[in-house]
Design a binder for this molecule. Structure first.
Ligand code: ATP
Length: 332
């Protein structure tokens, strides 16, 4: 469905002597198969939106090639646009008309008859829990309803591939969880392939079969959330021992299966690959050496841990260090 090779995009930023080049996307290779849900994850300024805009033909790559739904993004933009649904980060700009009319107009733009657009639009409203809102103006809708309306617009022409740019940004936790259900149903109910950007780790984890991590314009990881977490970080095992004397023994025993032990008073912790397998043996070892535990905790790694291991920075550090976009720069 998506095949990109060596995609690169540079923006000119600043004026006169201050003029410099910002490399937003720096040699991206990407493959997305039919039926996959892929999460494109990275901190602010990593290059997610720029990549997405290239794949949806809104921006020409400075270098590299990409095909989307079998069409070349640089040479067959009309065919690409007809084959995809796109929900941008800012959402649609609504004209003040009724929600239903907006969706129908959008479908007719894609060449649908009015009758088909109304029928499909109404079915989508029902599936996306927008029933009763056909004759409501989008400006009078809640944030979650507007995002679902954006998704209805993106789906009106029944595309087989849907791009969602940060679909849940700005929503409260309940509206986010609700939208997750709808995003998951894009594949199950509509048979769509989904490519979504996010900087929420839990979102990629919950929705995506595969996570592609981008940092400073480059892909730094590409795997299932499970494999990423298992391969890179290991699980965090934290042992709380009963007495000060036991700390050294616990450090020694946990240290035999973990490389980076940390001690905080009577709490001894370290990362252990596949802790589920290693911990029973560790517990026996501790017990036979006279260590009694107050508590033990095993935490699965998060994708945040993965990012830290891959780049040496937390997602928060990475976002704080991202260069500012130049609003006046030209896109292409
Ligand atoms: N129009 C522009 N002119 C100049 N620089 C730009 C422009 N758009 C983006 N950039 C820069 O390109 C880099 C990548 O930006 P991009 O918007 O693709 O990142 P992102 O990963 O989508 O970030 P976010 O999560 O904040 O949306 C950033 O350094 C950004 O400042």
């Amino acid at each position: 469905m998506i095949h990109a090779r060596g995609l690169r995009h540079t923006f000119a930023s600043g004026h006169g002597k201050q003029k410099k080049e910002v490399v937003a996307v720096d040699g991206v290779d990407l493959d997305v198969a039919e039926g996959e849900v892929v999460g494109f994850l990275g901190p602010n300024g990593a290059g997610k939106t720029t990549t997405l805009r290239i794949l949806t033909t809104l921006l020409q790559p400075t270098a590299g090639t990409a095909t989307v739904a079998g069409f070349d993004v640089a040479k067959q933009s009309v065919e690409v646009r007809r084959s995809i649904g796109y929900c941008s980060q800012v959402g649609s700009t609504f004209s003040g008309a009724y929600a239903g009319d907006e969706v129908v107009d959008h479908g007719m733009l894609y060449g649908m008859s009015k009758k088909d657009a109304v029928a499909h639009g109404q079915a989508l409203f029902e599936r996306l829990q927008l029933d009763g809102l056909w004759r409501r103006k989008p400006r009078n809708m809640s944030g979650g309803q507007k995002r679902r309306l954006d998704i209805a617009m993106a789906l009106i022409h029944a595309p087989k591939l849907v791009f969602l740019d940060e679909p849940t940004t700005g929503l409260d936790p309940q509206a986010r969880a609700n939208l997750w259900d709808h995003i998951a149903s894009l594949r199950t109910d509509h048979g769509a392939t989904v490519f979504l950007t996010t900087h929420y780790l839990d979102e990629a984890d919950a929705l995506a079969d595969r996570v592609v991590v981008i940092d400073q314009g480059r892909i730094v990881a590409n795997d299932t959330p499970e494999n990423l977490k298992a391969a890179v970080s290991g699980d965090l095992v934290s042992l709380e021992v009963a007495t000060d004397e036991q700390v050294a023994i616990a450090r020694d025993k946990l240290g035999s299966i973990s490389d980076n032990i940390e001690v905080d008073e009577r709490l001894v912790s370290g990362r252990v690959p596949r802790a589920g397998k290693a911990v029973p043996g560790l517990l026996r070892d501790l017990e036979s050496n006279g260590v009694s535990l107050e508590s033990i905790e095993v935490a699965r790694p998060t994708l945040d841990d993965v990012f830290l291991t891959l780049t040496g920075r937390t997602l928060r550090d990475a976002e704080a260090g991202a260069p500012e976009a130049d609003e006046e720069a030209h896109d292409d």
